[in-house]
Write a protein of this length. Structure first.
Length: 235
């Protein structure tokens, strides 16, 4: 019996636990016919946390950017959902402006009713433009993460290949394990960069689309207010 320094994958441990707790019947169990050689090779396969460590400091930076992007997505989705709900409620009560983007536009209209149509249109257009930065907040930073993450992955790839070539220069190609660290860093950072960039870019499009729909509602309501005011003055 050989005790390995590291335990195998959880699925193998689970089958061993089932076999130990079984009292009767047939229990499926995996047996290594090579007397431990296949199991030893299996345990050399790195787990997820080991893969991340292989990426080095660049891999941790990419993961940190991914965590920041995730927090931005959660915050923006919650905020925009609340804003969209308040705007829809405000559309049913145009005579009672409240604290939401559409309410602030209606308040600008009430404060400038006496102005001519052209000036009123400029005032409402300015009010709509003031709401745009609030709706698109942090989206630029989110897009920057989507661009920077694969570039950091490429940097990790180049760094890993430099480490690999340095190992070849010092020790030759006789022992592949000496080159494994640099190759692992090169591949892992590339995977991490793409794994962060792709969902971040997708979520950026989703959040940007929701902000754009709210802004379109504000523009439609502002144009509608101007049209109603113009009709009333022409009567």
């Amino acid at each position: 019996i050989v005790e390995f320094a590291r335990q195998p994958a959880p699925r193998y441990l689970q089958s061993a636990a089932l076999l130990e707790s079984a009292s009767s019947g047939i229990t499926p169990f995996a047996i290594d016919p090579s007397r431990g050689q296949l199991l030893a090779l299996q345990m050399q396969t790195p787990e997820l946390d080991e893969r991340v460590r292989q990426g080095g400091i660049i891999g941790y930076i990419i993961l940190a950017l991914g965590a920041i992007a995730l927090l931005i997505v959660i915050e923006r989705m919650i905020t925009l959902t609340k804003i969209q709900s308040s705007v829809r409620r405000q559309m049913r009560k145009l005579d009672k402006p409240s604290k939401n983007p559409l309410g602030r536009i209606i308040e600008v209209f009430h404060n400038n009713k006496a102005l001519d149509i052209e000036t009123l249109e400029l005032k409402l257009g300015e009010a709509v433009l003031k709401e745009s930065p609030r709706l698109n907040r942090r989206l630029t930073f989110m897009k920057m993460i989507a661009v920077v993450a694969p570039l950091l992955g490429l940097l990790g790839t180049v760094t890993g290949m430099i480490i690999t070539f340095q190992s070849i220069t010092l020790y030759g190609t006789g022992d592949p394990k000496l080159m494994a660290g640099g190759i692992s860093q090169a591949l892992v950072t590339t995977v991490l960069g793409l794994s962060v960039a792709i969902p971040t870019l997708l979520f950026h499009s989703v959040v940007q689309g929701r902000a754009k729909r709210i802004l379109e509602i504000l523009q439609q309501q502002a144009v509608g207010i101007i049209a109603i005011q113009a009709e009333e003055r022409h009567k």
